[in-house]
Design a protein around this ligand. Structure first.
Ligand SMILES: NC(=O)C1=CN([C@@H]2O[C@H](COP(=O)(O)OP(=O)(O)OC[C@H]3O[C@@H](n4cnc5c(N)ncnc54)[C@H](OP(=O)(O)O)[C@@H]3O)[C@@H](O)[C@H]2O)C=CC1
Ligand SMILES: Nc1nc(=O)c2c([nH]1)NC[C@@H]1CN(c3ccc(C(=O)N[C@@H](CCC(=O)O)C(=O)O)cc3)C=[N+]21
Length: 286
């Protein structure tokens, strides 16, 4: 029997813990705050940022959304980040990807103070993750949420082979580091990878984050593998689909995340959880 991983249920469990943490901080006169910067008017990005805002408010946090037109200059965004960096009511800053061409994502990423970098994109935070440093620092929410899934479902990690398809700073690279830090053997594939199916078929844990709808078919997976589908795409009828052909793959593998209702809800729940963590760490570090 294939386990269909219930991301919504797990997200609710995390949100409940977050609500309790927020209440505790409230007793100390502290309210966690998150700021989201959205550039342009892509409808999907708008919807996600609105969802994040609503969730933050529901959990009792401060949430502000700063929107800018798609032709905004890089300097305007940098000035906004500077203001948020020194705003004591804001503990977490997220700049929604993708950014328009005139803005250099690397410059933006490095401008966010590492202690408010809720996406874990800042080179200092990424470096600490890759070095497997002890201590408190933020990690990209989607990979961190996937680790929560793997642990909740008691997926064996040590010595297992994970194949990650996709190598972005948002998902693939931090995912690889998190798994390496847990003694998993990791292979990372991208669009140049030869014989993708023969590679993914070797995976005990297969994590796919490409944005190519239904890239992974039944012949790409090993029986009993654990399949984590990060991708968000739409089919010809506008229906939301993942990177994995769910109906074809689900009967072959041991466990699988659906889209929707898998990784997505965990990303949002982890974002909120990490906003609270950043708030607590800022109290410790002053
Ligand atoms: N559910 C959730 O919570 C989240 C979902 N997403 C979704 O996940 C997907 C990926 O996001 P993100 O990482 O930001 O995307 P990017 O576009 O930044 O990266 C996509 C990656 O996929 C690789 N890729 C593309 N096509 C292929 C292919 N045919 N075979 C193998 N590899 C391929 C690319 O390889 P190369 O580098 O070689 O070009 C690249 O590394 C998107 O659909 C996004 O919407 C993202 C974040 C959170
Ligand atoms: N700086 C930055 N950080 C991000 O984490 C980030 C980003 N930029 N840009 C875009 C991607 C995409 N992303 C998603 C989050 C939640 C769902 C989600 O909740 N999905 C629901 C479905 C929602 C629907 O119905 O469309 C689900 O899968 O169940 C999806 C995608 C975060 N991203």
């Amino acid at each position: 029997m294939t386990t269909i991983i219930d991301g919504k249920k797990l997200a609710q469990k995390i949100n409940l813990q977050t609500t309790k943490e927020v209440a505790k901080l409230k007793g100390q006169g502290i309210k966690p705050g998150i700021a989201v910067i959205l550039v342009g008017d892509d409808p999907a990005s708008k919807m996600y940022t609105r969802n994040k805002q609503r969730k933050a408010e529901k959990l009792g946090m401060n949430s502000i959304l700063k929107t800018f037109p798609s032709d905004v200059s890089q300097q305007v965004i940098l000035d906004e980040i500077k203001a948020l960096n020194s705003d004591d009511t804001i503990n977490a800053i997220l700049v929604q990807a993708p950014l328009p061409q005139q803005i250099d994502a690397d410059v933006i990423t490095s401008a966010i103070v590492p202690s408010k970098d809720v996406d874990g994109f800042h080179p200092q935070n990424l470096g600490r993750l890759y070095a497997n440093q002890a201590g408190n620092y933020p990690v990209a929410c989607t990979p961190k949420g996937i680790m929560t899934i793997l642990k909740e479902y008691h997926v064996p990690l040590v010595g297992q082979h994970a194949v990650i398809v996709g190598r972005s700073i948002l998902v693939g690279k931090p995912m690889a580091a998190l798994l390496l830090n847990e003694d998993v053997t990791v292979t990372v594939a991208g669009h140049h990878t030869k014989n993708l199916a023969s590679l993914t078929k070797q995976a005990d844990i297969l994590i796919v984050a490409t944005g190519v709808g239904h890239l992974i078919k039944a012949e790409f997976v090993k029986p009993d593998a654990v399949v984590i589908d990060v991708g968000i795409d739409h089919d010809d009828n506008g229906k939301l689909i993942g990177d994995v052909d769910f109906d074809a793959v689900k009967d072959v593998v041991g466990a699988i995340t659906p889209v929707p209702g898998g990784v997505g809800p965990l990303t949002i729940a982890t974002l909120m959880q990490q906003t609270v963590e950043l708030t607590k760490w800022s109290q410790i570090n002053g």
